[in-house]
Design a protein around this ligand. Structure first.
Ligand code: G16
Ligand code: MG
Length: 220
């Protein structure tokens, strides 16, 4: 049996969600806007453009197109400075183990990220060659919660959506996976990711038996 396993990047493979948060908060504070951790959940998995739009909405601010573009560039510069020192030690617990297990079982594995920085990050943590296909923010026209990113992933893996499993840490990403008709597995808090088919706090909580059951159709 062969399934398609599609991994989100930020917050699933590496903990870059904290760097996005720090960079956005710095930028927002510079505009006199603050946002809560709860609001930050709404930025996870969401594109760069949409994230800035949301922050401006929360602060009741409007900007010219030029200012908007320059702030996006500023945020990315700040973010890049955080990720410039990343290495394999920032891979989240048991991620490498899960990827190795899937390889052993000859499963199809893809990345499905909203980030335009996905490839350089995977290179930095030496995981690029673990993926049979990579879909990132440069490949999609519609951001999560639109299912486009995962549907392209399934296509590149030559798998039907219903034979795909998505690992996601964001509400938007779980919605995208559900809309794509894939099995959604939330990585994080149950109360935040309650729309997911299954939720694990992290990959250390997900047993090999569970993955085997998915592969052999005992979990749907
Ligand atoms: C990620 C993050 C989002 C971020 C988006 C765009 O997606 O979760 O917070 O805004 O990518 O990233 P960038 O500014 O690097 O293009 P994912 O889908 O990997 O969680
Ligand atoms: Mg994510």
């Amino acid at each position: 049996n062969k399934k398609g396993f599609i991994f989100d990047l930020d917050g699933v493979i590496v903990d870059t969600a904290k760097y996005h948060f720090l960079a956005w908060r710095k930028l927002a504070n510079g505009l006199g806007i603050d946002f809560t951790h709860e609001e930050n959940e709404q930025l996870k998995g969401v594109s760069r453009v949409r994230s800035l739009e949301k922050i401006l909405e929360w602060g009741g601010k409007t900007l010219s197109q030029d200012e908007f573009t320059s702030l996006m560039a500023k945020k990315n510069e700040e973010y890049l400075s955080y990720i410039s020192t990343m290495d394999a030690s920032e891979i989240l617990p048991h991620v490498s183990k899960v990827l190795e297990f899937l390889e052993e079982k000859h499963q199809a594995v893809a990345l499905g990220s909203a980030s335009k920085n996905a490839r350089p990050i995977l290179e930095k943590v030496s995981l690029l060659e673990k993926f049979n296909a990579i879909v990132d923010g440069n490949d999609v026209s519609k951001a999560k919660p639109d299912p486009e990113v995962f549907l392209i992933g399934a296509k590149l893996l030559n798998m039907q959506p219903q034979d795909c499993i998505v690992f996601e840490d964001s509400v938007a990403g779980v919605k995208a996976a559900n809309t794509a008709n894939m099995i959604s597995i939330g990585i994080g808090e149950k109360d935040v990711l309650h729309e997911a088919d299954y939720v694990f706090k992290d990959f250390t909580e997900m047993s090999q038996e569970f993955v085997e059951a998915i592969i052999s159709n005992k979990v749907t």
